[in-house]
Design a protein around this ligand. Sequence first.
Ligand SMILES: [Zn+2]
Length: 334
Amino acid sequence: MAVPWAPFVLTISSKLDPAMNSLRDRLSRGPVIGDGGYLIELERRGYVDSGSGRERVGTGRGSGQFTPEVAIENPDALRQLHREFLRAGSQVLQALTFFGTREKLGRAGYGAQVEEINAAAVRLAKEVAGEQALVAGSVSRTQLVEREGTEALGKARDHLAEQIRLLKDAGVDFLLLETFFHLAEMKVALEAAAESGLPVVATMSFRPVISQCSDGHSPAECARVMADMGASAVGANCEQDPPRMLPLLREMRDAVSVPIAAQPAAFRTTDQCHSFTRLPEFPDSLEAIQIPRQAFADFGRIARQEAFGYVGGCCGCNAAYIRVLADAVHSHDG
Ligand SMILES: [Zn+2]
C-alpha cells in the first residue's frame, strides 16, 4: 500500500531510543524535546549582529540582522550553546542555518560563504549531538516575499532549494522549515524539501495576531496544507509565548491528523499585538518582556497531556527554559 509519508521514513535506529526507527514514529509517541533559540541568545552573548542601529530590524528590508555567520566566525560560541541545550534535555539540535539562504547571507555580505556557513553549522551540531540527538537543518523564509511580494516566489524557491541541497549534503537528519510568514512561501519550501527526500517538520509564524498568517490563511488552513504536502509534523514557532500560542496550536491539531510541533518564543506579547518582533522592545529591550521559565514548564505539561509531537522553544528560550520543559514532559505526576 502506498503511504504518503513513505519517502520520509528515516532510519535513526542507532540514535536515542533503539525502538525509534523513524521520525514519524517518534513524533507520534512524542513529545520529542527540541532546543531553543540560537540567534537571540548568541546576540546577547555578543556573537550575532542584530542590525540594530543601522536599520529598522524586523522589517525584512535591511541586510545584516540575525544571520548565522557565527558558525564560521566563532564556532566555539555556537558549539557551547549546542552543548547547553543537549545537557538541558534536547533530543534534537537545530543546525544554526536560520537565514542561511544565499539571498539573506548575500545581503549581509556573506554571499561567498553560503556553502561554508551551512556546512559548518551542520558539522558543529552533529559533532555535539553525537549519538544522543538528531540534527535538524533549519530553513526559514528568504524575506524576498516581504520585500518584493509574491512575484518573488520563484526566486525564493531557487534559494530555498539550494540551501536544502546544502543541508542534505551536510548530513542533517531532517529539515525544520520554520518562521515562514506566508503560506505561499512555505509551500515552495515544502516542494523543495520533498525533492530532497528528507523528512520535514513545518512550522509557520503568525504576526501580528494568531488568527491568520501574512497571506491571510488561518492556522487550520496552514496546518492542512503543510500536512497534505508531506510534513511529518506541523505547527508554529516564534513570535508568541506558550500561553499565547496555545489556541492556534489547538486549532491546528483539530484540523490535521499528523503530530503538532511547537517552538514558542519566551517573550510576552499583548492582546493587541501577538508578535514580539512587532513590539517596540524588539530587538534592544527584550529583557523587559522576557517571561519566566515556569511558562515553559506549564507548556511541557500541556504538551504531554495533549500529545503534541514536538516541543521546544524559539527566540528568548535558552537552556534554562528547555530544562524545565523537558522535566515537565518527562514528569508523570502533573
Ligand atoms: Zn524565534
